[in-house]
Design a protein around this ligand. Structure first.
Ligand SMILES: NC(=O)c1ccc[n+]([C@@H]2O[C@H](COP(=O)([O-])OP(=O)(O)OC[C@H]3O[C@@H](n4cnc5c(N)ncnc54)[C@H](O)[C@@H]3O)[C@@H](O)[C@H]2O)c1
Length: 351
């Protein structure tokens, strides 16, 4: 199988999941740990046995021996560094969110197309066994048409989590908090498992963390689909614990409900619950267990010359939705997603 030399750029909290996962990928060799804070790059290199340390990501991009870069950087740097990397001929696996604006996400897709390189976005919860099971169930059509759905992510982020960081909690560098950073995965699953969203109405507020962050710590969202489906989403970082994530989809012939790792399906009056607690968790349990699966699949597809299933077109959906949520909260307006024209038709995504 074709082998790839990899660099991880950004050696903070989430980079651990990437370094650990890379150890188990047959056709990837992590050769550089890069962070602008030298002690973080050194620490990562020492912990995971990485031969080279860099503090300037430009040097990584200019090195012809590096094939792939993993971007574990603050949100505002995702589009900029991903585009530069693809222009330098690197394949890119970028942490979520893909970008902070739909325009930047479009530019990433254009850079991918111009370079012919692969672009993957880390929505690892799509790889959770529970998510894959729910996706198969929805694709099978056995539950019938979606009527509505709801999701909630109720977690705890302390003031220290923000004051100890030079980018979290800022509008410019993080973009948003409870939704943009924490609940984004479940929000993504909600749309991925149901229907294309047509309208968004939302309220984002800062409650417990008022005066600490510029961004939201709480958000509630009301969305509609093309056939009047109603979808609700609530997230908050103000709770006293990280409660299990919840997701429910009500359909014409039944329903499916996920609470943490438990998924209950109801069909014809019969209930069935499956426990997807797995032993393959890398990092904190409530982030989901999919980093390892996602990274392995990324390299498998790269070696086979196949398209990675969470590339630009899949991840930009969430960028557009988040943009609509924040715009609705700022203006008090119902936002119609730009993919829907005036006659209510969806404009197909370019591939
Ligand atoms: N997929 C998930 O479940 C998940 C979970 C947590 C975080 N994340 C994402 O991972 C990304 C990083 O988050 P984190 O929590 O690890 O943040 P972090 O602050 O712990 O790490 C970011 C690192 O990037 C480094 N950095 C900043 N600018 C740099 C530059 N110009 N060149 C090189 N290094 C630079 C910082 O020094 C820091 O070490 C974010 O996009 C975040 O949303 C994803």
């Amino acid at each position: 199988m074709k082998q790839f030399n990899t660099a991880v750029i950004g050696c903070g909290m989430i980079s651990k999941n990437h370094f650990k996962a890379l150890k188990n990928v047959e056709n990837a060799r992590c050769v550089v740990a890069c962070d602008c804070k030298p002690e973080r790059a050194r620490q990562a290199a020492e912990t995971y046995g990485i031969p080279r340390v860099e503090t300037d990501y430009q040097k990584v991009l200019q090195d012809p021996d590096i094939d792939v870069v993993h971007l574990c950087l603050p949100h505002f740097l995702h589009a900029k560094v991903a585009i530069e990397a693809m222009e330098h001929g690197k394949h890119v696996l970028c942490e979520k969110p893909m970008a902070l604006s739909p325009d930047d996400a479009e530019k990433m897709i254009a850079a991918r197309d111009a370079s012919g390189k692969s672009l993957g976005i880390c929505f690892q919860n799509r790889y959770n066994e529970s998510s894959r099971y729910m996706r198969q169930l929805m694709d099978s059509g056995t539950l019938g048409r979606v009527l509505g759905a709801r999701g909630s992510v109720v977690w705890n982020r302390s003031p220290d989590y923000y004051t100890g960081s030079d980018w979290r909690g800022t509008l410019e560098k993080e973009g948003g908090s409870a939704l943009e950073n924490q609940a984004i995965h479940t929000f993504d699953l909600l749309q991925w498992l149901t229907v294309p969203i047509k309208t968004v109405e939302a309220t984002c507020t800062t409650k417990r963390l008022k005066g600490v962050i510029e961004t939201e710590d709480t958000c509630d969202v009301y969305m509609t689909g093309p056939n009047g489906e109603r979808l609700l989403f609530y997230c908050s970082n103000c709770y006293v614990a990280n409660a299990p994530v919840e997701l429910e989809i009500l359909c014409e012939k039944g329903s499916v409900r996920m609470v943490g790792n438990l998924v209950t399906t109801e069909r014809n009056g019969q209930k069935e619950t499956r426990d997807f607690s797995s032993g393959t968790v890398l990092g904190k349990d409530y982030w989901g267990s999919g980093h390892g699966f996602l990274i392995e699949d990324y390299y498998k597809k790269l070696a086979a010359g196949e398209r990675f299933p969470i590339s630009g077109e899949e991840a930009i959906v969430s960028v557009r939705l988040l943009h609509a949520v924040y715009a609705s909260s700022r203006t008090g307006q119902v936002i119609r997603l730009q993919q829907w024209n005036d006659s209510g038709q969806m404009i197909p995504e370019r591939r």
